[in-house]
Design a binder for this molecule. Structure first.
Ligand code: AMP
Length: 517
C-alpha cells in the first residue's frame, strides 16, 4: 500500500450503507409513540408480542414468499452460515479427525439436515474411507512419503467442509418467521386462535427512494389457527384502523378485495381466463408483464406502468368469477366492516400472487408519500403453515410500513410531539447547586424531563440555553431562592414568572399539564 493510499484510508469517513439510515432524536420520540400505541391497541384485541430472529434459513423465505417473487429472487441479503466448530476454508490443514467430528455432528442434528449438507457429508464420509484404506494398506513410512496423494484427499475434505453450512437470509418480512415459530413451538396445542404481533427491521435490496429503504421497519400482526369466519377478517382490519386512528394518521384509505380460493370453479378458473385475455394484448404490455403472463398472471394487475393502465382496466375481474362460498364470505366481510363503522373502498386489482393466499386482501394508503403510498398490506393465507410442513392452519395478517407511517404523520403535521425538556434548572452558587441536584432528582422521579447544567452559568446564558433546548420552564435557583425557600419558576413561552415553595412546584406543574392536555 502506498503512503498516499494509506493516508486516504486513514481519513475515510464512514457513512451508513445506502438504503439504511440512523433514526435520531427528536424523531425517535415519534417512533416510540407509534410503537407504544401498537402495543396498547393490539393488546386490547388480545394479541401478544413475538420477537423473532432477524435471520432465518433462506429456504423458509423462498417457500413462504415465493421463489419467483422479486423479494426472493433479487432482494434478499443472503450469506452462508458456517457451522461454528468447522469453519469453512480451513485449507489444507483439515485433519480426518475434524472431518469425523463433522460427520457425527451432522448425524446427531447439530448441523442442519439440508439436502446440500447431506450430500457434502456423504462425500466427506467417502473421502474418510479412502484415507482409512490408504492408511491400512500402506506402512506409515510409505503413507507419509506419499504426501501428495494424502494431501489431495485432505484438500478434498477441506473443500467439502466449506460446503457444509446453511444459506441464511436477513428477513425481508416476518409472516414466514411467525408461521415457523407457530409450528416449531407447537402452538396449535394452545387455545386457538393464536394472535401474535411483532415489530422490527426488515431487509430488502430495493432501489432506495422516498419511503423505500433497504432496512425498513414493519409492525405486523397475525392470527393463526382461527376459522374462516369473516368476523376474523373484519376484526383484524378494525384493529388496524383503530391503531391508525390512535396515532392520528390523516387521510388513510382502506382498499379491500377477495381473491377467492385456489379451485377450478374459483380463482384457478379466473386465472385461466385472465391468462387468455393477457395473451390477446401481449404485444402492448411491457417486458415484466409479458413474462408474468406465464409465471404469475395475477401480478400483472399490480403493474404501476402508466402505459399498461388502460389495458388492465379492460381485463376480466375476479369478483365476477368467485365461487358461491367465496362470494358469500366477501359479502359478509364487507357487511361486518360496516357494522364496525370501518369505511372501505373495493379495489379488484388488489391481489397476492401466491396460491396459498385466499379470499380477503387489503391495503391502506396514506397521503404525503408520493408513489410509495401504501402504508400497510395484508390478507388471508390459509395454506401457508401447511406449506411450511405444519398442520392445516388458517391464517390472516398484515404488515404496516412504519417508516412510511411516520413520514405521513410528519407531512400532515401530526408528528410533532413535544421533544424539548420540561424544565431547565438555572442555578448560581455552590449552595444552589446542591439544591438544584435535589430538585432535579425529585422532578425526574415525578416524570419530568430535566436539564441540569453541570457548570455555573450567568442567568442570561442559562435562559438562552433553556430556550435553545425547547424547555417549557426555567427553574431559577440563586442564593436568594435557597435562603428564602422560595423558588422562581419562569414560563418560557410567555416570560411570566412566579415564586413557589418546593412542594407547590410539583402541584403547579401538574395543574399546567392538565390545562395543556
Ligand atoms: P409487504 O410486506 O411487501 O406487503 O409490505 C408491507 C408494507 O411494508 C408496505 O405497505 C410498505 O408500507 C412497507 N414496505 C415494504 N417495503 C418497504 C421498503 N423497502 N421500505 C419501506 N417500507 C416498505
Amino acid at each position: 500500500m502506498s503512503d498516499a493510499t494509506a493516508k486516504k484510508e486513514e481519513r475515510r469517513k464512514f457513512q451508513a450503507i445506502r438504503g439504511t439510515r440512523d433514526l435520531l432524536p427528536p424523531e425517535t420520540a415519534l417512533w416510540n409513540h407509534v410503537e407504544q400505541t401498537a402495543h396498547q391497541v393490539f393488546s386490547t384485541f388480545g394479541f401478544g408480542e413475538i420477537r423473532q430472529p432477524i435471520f432465518e434459513p433462506t429456504e423458509l423465505f423462498a417457500r413462504a414468499v415465493g421463489g419467483e417473487t422479486d423479494i426472493v429472487s433479487k432482494e434478499m441479503y443472503t450469506f452462508k452460515e458456517g457451522t461454528s466448530d468447522f469453519a469453512p476454508n480451513q485449507g489444507r490443514n483439515l485433519s480426518p479427525e475434524v472431518a469425523r467430528q463433522m460427520v457425527s455432528s451432522f448425524k446427531n442434528g447439530e448441523i442442519p439436515n439440508t439436502p446440500g449438507n447431506a450430500t457434502a457429508v456423504d462425500r466427506i464420509e467417502q473421502t474418510l474411507k479412502e484415507i482409512t484404506i490408504a492408511q491400512e494398506r500402506l506402512s506409515p513410512e510409505t503413507f507419509d512419503s506419499m504426501v501428495e496423494g494424502y494431501n489431495v484427499l485432505l484438500y478434498r475434505l477441506a473443500y467439502l467442509t466449506g460446503q457444509v453450512g446453511e444459506w441464511v437470509s436477513l428477513r425481508p418480512e416476518a409472516t414466514a418467521s411467525v408461521c415457523r415459530a407457530y409450528i416449531e413451538h407447537n402452538m396449535q396445542q394452545l387455545p386457538q386462535p393464536v394472535k401474535l404481533y411483532y415489530l422490527g427491521p426488515m431487509f430488502r435490496r430495493e432501489r432506495p427512494q422516498k419511503g423505500r429503504y433497504r432496512q425498513f421497519y414493519q409492525i405486523g400482526a397475525e392470527i393463526l389457527g382461527g376459522t374462516d369466519a369473516p368476523g376474523i377478517d373484519a376484526e383484524v382490519i378494525e384493529m388496524l384502523m383503530t391503531f391508525f386512528d390512535k396515532v392520528s394518521l390523516q387521510g388513510a384509505t382502506l382498499y379491500i378485495n377477495s381473491i377467492g380460493h385456489n379451485a377450478d370453479n374459483c380463482r384457478r378458473g379466473y386465472v385461466e381466463k385472465l391468462k387468455a385475455a393477457l395473451e390477446q394484448v401481449k404485444d402492448k404490455l411491457g417486458p415484466d408483464s409479458q413474462r408474468r403472463i406465464d409465471t404469475n398472471p395475477l401480478r400483472v394487475l399490480d403493474s404501476k406502468l402508466e402505459s399498461e393502465q388502460a389495458i388492465i382496466a379492460t381485463l376480466p375481474r375476479i369478483a365476477d368469477h368467485l365461487c358461491d362460498e367465496c362470494k358469500t364470505h366477501y359479502a359478509e366481510v364487507k357487511r361486518q366492516l360496516e357494522v364496525r363503522g370501518v369505511l372501505y373502498q373495493e379495489n379488484w386489482r388488489l391481489v397476492r400472487g401466491l396460491d396459498y393466499y385466499m379470499r380477503t386482501t387489503f391495503e391502506i394508503t396514506a397521503p404525503g408519500l408520493g408513489s410509495q403510498n401504501a402504508v400497510c398490506g395484508g390478507g388471508r393465507y390459509d395454506g401457508l403453515v401447511e406449506l411450511l410442513a405444519g398442520p392445516p392452519t388458517k391464517g390472516i395478517g398484515f404488515a404496516i410500513g412504519e417508516d412510511r407511517l411516520i413520514l405521513s404523520l410528519q407531512e400532515s403535521g401530526k408528528g410533532q410531539a413535544h421533544q424539548g425538556r420540561d424544565i431547565y434548572i438555572a442555578w448560581m452558587g455552590e449552595k444552589a447547586y446542591a439544591t438544584a441536584i435535589r430538585a432535579a432528582k425529585d422532578l425526574r422521579k415525578a416524570g419530568y424531563s430535566v436539564e441540569l447544567p453541570p457548570l455555573e452559568q450567568k442567568f442570561g446564558k442559562a435562559l438562552g440555553q433553556a430556550d435553545k433546548l425547547g424547555a417549557k420552564f426555567a427553574l431559577i435557583l440563586g442564593e436568594n431562592e435557597v435562603s428564602e425557600g422560595l423558588w422562581t419558576l419562569k414560563t418560557l413561552s410567555d416570560g411570566t414568572q412566579q415564586k413557589l415553595t418546593e412542594s407547590d412546584l410539583l402541584e403547579f406543574l401538574r395543574q399546567q399539564e392538565k390545562v395543556s392536555s
